[in-house]
Design a protein around this ligand. Structure first.
Ligand code: HEC
Length: 162
């Protein structure tokens, strides 16, 4: 009795396998006629341009977080170019607080992250476009934090200083 049951189960299992083996299906592999063509104008996903995001607190916080991960080793938390790697002998980057960089458009920071600059290598494969804008906005905020003038404040803010 037991043996018949085993045989029966075995036959069912084999039958199942055979059905699957014989089913019509798409062959997983078929040779291509030649190398696949990339349609012209195609950009890699990470290089798809993104709209410049509006500067919000959330964007700045994201920028600060990413900046701390990728940029502080050389540029330092302050952006003065005296990060830990530099203290250990890496050539120092310029401070973000020099006049030329204070006057540079935010786009310049985005471009430096994308393409690198001089001996600084590109971060394009580590920092996605939206995060580049977040870091760029954060650098601008860092610059403002070091070079703010009373004249930049609104009258109400000035009043709060007294
Ligand atoms: C391994 C060290 C290192 C790291 C990490 C690094 N940088 Fe730099 N960065 C440099 C150096 C060195 C220079 C100066 C390059 C030169 O002029 O040859 C520089 C220059 C710059 C400049 C100034 C470009 C100019 O116009 O003079 C900006 C802006 C900048 N980096 C942004 C960033 C940002 C944003 C990050 C993080 C995503 C980052 N860097 C990460 C080393 C680094």
């Amino acid at each position: 009795m037991k043996r018949t049951l085993l045989l029966f189960v075995g036959a069912m299992a084999l039958g199942g396998c055979d059905d699957m083996a014989l089913q019509p299906k798409q062959k997983a592999y078929f040779p291509l006629a030649g190398p696949a063509e990339v349609p012209s104008g195609t950009a890699e996903f990470r290089e798809m341009p993104v709209e410049v995001p509006p500067v919000t607190m959330a964007l700045l916080e994201r920028g600060q977080e990413r900046f701390r991960i990728y940029c502080t080793p050389c540029h330092s938390e302050l952006g003065d170019g005296r990060g830990m790697v530099v203290q250990r002998g890496f050539p120092p980057p310029p401070s973000y607080h020099i006049e030329r960089l204070r006057e540079a458009p935010v786009q310049h920071f985005y471009d430096v992250i994308t393409n690198g600059h001089g001996i600084m290598y590109s971060y394009a494969n580590r920092v996605q476009p939206r995060d580049r804008w977040a870091i760029a906005a954060y650098i601008r905020a860092l610059q403002r934090s070091q070079n703010g003038k009373v004249a930049d404040l609104t009258p109400t803010e000035r009043g709060a200083l007294q």
